[in-house]
Design a protein around this ligand. Sequence first.
Ligand code: NAD
Length: 435
Amino acid sequence: MPVIADRCPAVRTTIVDMNAARIAAWNSERLPVYEPGLEEVVRRVRGRNLSFSTDVAGAIKRADLIFVCVNTPTKTYGLGAGRAADLSYIESVARMIAEHADTPKIIIEKSTIPVRTAESISAILAANKHGLRFQVLSNPEFLAEGTAIHDLENPDRVLIGGERTPEGEAAMKVLAGVYASWVPRDRIITTSLWSSELSKLVANAFLAQRIASINTISAVCEATGADVDEVAHVIGRDSRIGPKFLKASVGFGGSCFQKDILNLVYLCEHFGLTEVGAYWESVVRMNDHQKRRFTERMVKELFNTVAGKRIAILGFAFKKNTNDTRESAAIAVCRDLLAEHATLAVYDPQVAADDIRRDLQGAADDRLVIARDAYEACAGAHGVAILTEWDEFKSLDFARILKAMPKPASIFDGRNILDLAKLRAMGFQAFGIGK
Ligand SMILES: NC(=O)c1ccc[n+]([C@@H]2O[C@H](COP(=O)([O-])OP(=O)(O)OC[C@H]3O[C@@H](n4cnc5c(N)ncnc54)[C@H](O)[C@@H]3O)[C@@H](O)[C@H]2O)c1
């Protein structure tokens, strides 16, 4: 919404959330989300044509277009638990719109949702007391956290799905008109509702599958002595494969990949496509395996025990340039190390200490230290694990770090961002992924 407000000065945007603390943070000097470039955009448009409020009913009444962006987490209870999307937030928003709207509106699904959710939303909206007719569009979001502002300002494509009726086509035209203020027309793709909803799940499934695939090869490299970065470079030179998203790592994280694949798996199973579902589920299984494999290697290289040893964890966010830790590989690795009775000293440039403690709930206070910088985390540590590819980790003074560590000192680069040969020459035992 800040980017829409920035690019379309004539459009008035209101962001409403029932979480008052979040809205207060958005209205404050310290935004609740860290994203490069976001603060500048928000400062430009806040109070101009963008406002943040908890008045959900009032905003519904005033709006012509309503973007539904609520969370759609994996269900943790009942039918489809652990796979299906929890649509209770989507449904409650649809009910609120039906209750408070007194003019027709275009409702836009921005949340990632299972195929045919628009049908349920339409049914709830149709039951409104004024007999109003609403158009429901699907407009999935393809931005990546960490590069969100850049992705929104220069999208590869904007996808709009709608009903292939005159009313549906007209609604798509209105939404396309908003994006056309800054997105070239040939990048605005329109499809049927169901194709649009499914495309988002498939896009994330393909991206996650690519990471899982190169990660399986990292295991083969470690077993055979090949180097996964070299293999990735070679296969990426094939124009049919391409070089992007081929970086082996400790595993993918984030709120979307796993959730969206499980959603696709549930959809497949629902339609009796058992083998297809199993194929996609294996991507999530491989990712879990990769995180476990990383910790097992750490324990093995630290002489088969980390009990009572201090381990430095550099990076806790699921990727660089975000403070988001949802499904971060760091959480799984830290939990496994804590289960092995290690003491962890965690440092992340953007993640708040309280968030790290919340994610590692149950860790005794004396076994979990939150460090103010990388040097403090590494002092006295037998091993250092790089779990997020923050740029600042590449330029650390490793000679200083080595001096402050008991010997032999080990580094486990879970993101393959360091020069292992150089570290070895300095006296570290250095391990990478697929190296
Ligand atoms: N985070 C991403 O990078 C990303 C990218 C593409 C798509 N998506 C999709 O966007 C959706 C939202 O993701 P997110 O990461 O922003 O989730 P989030 O949990 O950070 O934010 C969702 C917000 O919705 C609010 N909310 C829930 N129910 C509400 C209601 N009835 N009325 C008012 N507010 C309500 C919550 O308080 C919360 O602040 C998900 O479906 C996700 O899959 C996210």
